[in-house]
Write a protein that binds this ligand. Structure first.
Ligand code: HEC
Length: 174
């Protein structure tokens, strides 16, 4: 049945020599492509009270660091973090563990530096400060324009508070 329809369509088309250039439209996709382009690198100043010793914030940071999204997350998220966004979609987490090792990480990747003992090795040594950590997670391109790290605040993937939670976890003594 389908074949017959197709055949008659083809015959019909050739009989009337349809000009397909008028039928097929070519919409201008440049606006769509522009929308998907990454916004330029942006400097962010760490908000006051960002890095905290609040165990709930550190627990949220740890959870975001080690999970990809709320649907696949194994344990229930800690207080103040949900599996779903307000629109009911699975909440996107950081999955930082895909590239970074850290205390207790399972199956950590090694594309990024090992963040184990971060406080001692990077902060107490004077090599890094909290503003650097916040900016690195917010928009890593300020530190390295060719970074392979995900861009989190410029893209609004995370809120400043969530970035503070992750940063609090990284710099916390473990
Ligand atoms: C696709 C791989 C990748 C992912 C995912 C990733 N990173 Fe990174 N990260 C890197 C690389 C590579 C570097 C080294 C510097 C650079 O190239 O930007 C880095 C550097 C860092 C640094 C700076 C370490 C230093 O030198 O002091 C921090 C902090 C950091 N990442 C945290 C995170 C956090 C938190 C997440 C999750 C939200 C994350 N990263 C996700 C690849 C990644």
């Amino acid at each position: 049945m389908k074949k017959t329809v197709m055949m008659s369509l083809l015959i019909g088309a050739s009989l009337f020599a349809t000009n397909y250039s008028k039928v097929i439209t070519h919409p201008d996709a440049s606006k769509m492509i522009e929308k998907d382009l990454l916004a330029p690198p942006k400097v962010f100043i760490m908000p006051a009270g960002c890095i905290t010793k609040d165990p709930d914030a550190i627990a949220r940071g740890k959870y975001i660091f080690n999970n990809l999204n709320g649907k696949k997350a194994k344990k229930n998220p800690p207080a103040g973090l949900s599996r779903k966004t307000k629109n009911g979609k699975p909440k996107q987490y950081g999955n930082c563990v895909a590239c970074h090792n850290i205390e207790g990480a399972k199956g950590a990747g090694n594309i990024g530096p090992d963040l184990t003992n971060y406080k001692e090795n990077f902060i107490d040594s004077g090599g890094r400060d909290h503003q650097f950590v916040f900016q690195k997670i917010a928009d890593a391109r300020i530190d390295n324009p060719k970074t392979h790290m995900t861009i989190n605040l410029t893209t609004k993937l995370f809120t400043p508070r969530e970035i503070c939670d992750i940063a609090s976890y990284i710099v916390a003594p473990k």
